[in-house]
Design a binder for this molecule. Structure first.
Ligand code: HEC
Ligand code: HEC
Length: 356
């Protein structure tokens, strides 16, 4: 009986996967969306599937022109910027020399880490920042991906599944050299938290919220919306000095501060106990201050639903057990708003200087 049920489920899952593959798969993947009051949909930024029978939008004409960005005389075509085997390195002066697994990957099994996480390890809200994490933590979490202990809490998040494939194909030496490299690049200011009741209307593409041109504004609701400071600098240009704005509901930072520093009367556990007084990490425990709120909330939800359950994630279980979406909004608003040293040459450096 159980066996029959299982195979029926397996066959229908397969059928759905085939249909998704025929449609081009992508973010509108086959698995159902998680539901319930705790699921932070904003953190996963999944593109809704197109209405049935909708025509596919025509592919934009290929852009073969050479592009420039502020602060460098280097210039690249889009094909060079998005080369999976070694993307454009706009600012080699911003980071140490990359080991080859980070710079160019090992084809065809492992894409260059710098393609998604950027050469400086800052990453985008769709993946996450790896700069400045402890070496031991990076190696351990890569092994968790490899050993099936770290999966996305929303199975539709396709790029985490890609990350898992890369981890499975990495040798221990490659893991170590990538870990040493990313750990040596410091985490600096990358996210600007802004409290706002209404925010630019956005749409999710490739798990990033881009501004919908000419669409006006919408209420923020109980969400954090992380969007590039400048959409074009992030996509397609992948400018590693152009960070993100995180819009959060009015009052969220203060409410988050109470939860993070006191645990909120048993709702959670004070984060400072393990992540350090400044939340920038403590020994093998990773830093969380000033990092992507979408990334942080995904991890809390992934751990809550047991999709991320490595040995060290055990320590986080009581922390996240009772958290609702609302709590995650407040907590990430505060944690991401923690000031970090500005990155040299960054737009953010100039903005934060003039805001003070
Ligand atoms: C296709 C894009 C992509 C590439 C290429 C990629 N990653 Fe990732 N990486 C991700 C995503 C997505 C996540 C998980 C984000 C999440 O859980 O929501 C991730 C997470 C990580 C984490 C966990 C960070 C943390 O704070 O726990 C590490 C470490 C990491 N990647 C290292 C690497 C290394 C090393 C390489 C190169 C061998 C690499 N990645 C290549 C997309 C990518
Ligand atoms: C008892 C110690 C402890 C406390 C308290 C704690 N954490 Fe953690 N946290 C950890 C450990 C250890 C890890 C690494 C988990 C792993 O390797 O899977 C972690 C990982 C995380 C991660 C994932 C980091 C990454 O790069 O993927 C996030 C996000 C996080 N914690 C947020 C918080 C927040 C927010 C609080 C407070 C509300 C908190 N933690 C309280 C020990 C703790």
């Amino acid at each position: 009986m159980t066996k029959t049920l299982f195979s029926i489920a397996a066959i229908s899952a397969l059928a759905v996967a085939v249909v998704a593959a025929q449609r081009g798969g992508g973010d509108a993947a086959a698995a159902p969306a998680p539901s319930g009051p705790n699921y932070p949909a904003w953190a996963y930024a999944i593109t809704p599937p197109p209405p049935p029978g909708a025509p596919r939008p025509p592919a934009p004409p290929e852009d073969t022109s050479v592009h420039h960005i502020a602060g460098t005389t280097r210039a690249f075509t889009i094909a060079q910027v998005v080369d999976l085997r070694g993307p454009a390195d706009w600012f080699p002066e911003d980071h140490p020399a990359m080991p080859s697994i980070v710079a160019v990957g090992r084809q065809p099994a492992v894409r260059s880490c710098s393609y998604c996480h950027y050469p400086n390890g800052k990453g985008r809200s769709s993946n996450g920042g790896v700069a400045g994490l402890p070496v031991s933590y990076i190696v351990q979490t890569l092994n968790d991906f490899k050993n099936g202990l770290r999966k996305p809490g929303d199975p539709r998040k396709v790029n985490v599944n890609q990350m898992i494939t890369f981890a499975k194909n990495l040798t221990p030496e490659e893991m170590q050299s990538a870990a040493e490299y990313f750990s040596s690049t410091p985490w600096t200011q990358w996210i600007r938290v802004v409290e706002a009741k209404t925010i630019p209307k956005t749409e999710a593409e490739g798990s990033i919220f881009f501004k919908e041109k000419g669409a006006g504004v919408e209420p923020i609701g109980m969400r954090v919306i992380e969007t590039p400071e400048d959409d074009e600098q992030t996509e397609p240009l992948r400018n590693p000095r152009s960070g993100f704005i995180a819009y959060v509901p009015p009052g969220a930072v203060k409410k988050g501060e109470a939860l993070v520093t006191t645990g909120g009367n048993g709702k959670t556990v004070a984060c400072t106990t393990c992540h350090g007084a400044d939340l920038r990490g403590n020994g093998p425990v990773p830093g969380i201050a000033g990092r992507s709120p979408s990334y942080l909330a995904r991890q809390m939800y992934d751990i809550q639903v047991g999709a991320r359950h490595g040995e060290w994630a055990e320590l986080m279980k009581p922390v996240v057990a009772k958290l609702t979406n609302e709590d995650m909004v407040y907590i990430t608003a505060y944690v991401s708003s923690r000031p970090m040293p500005p990155a040299p040459g960054s737009k953010l450096q100039q903005q934060s200087a003039s805001n003070r």
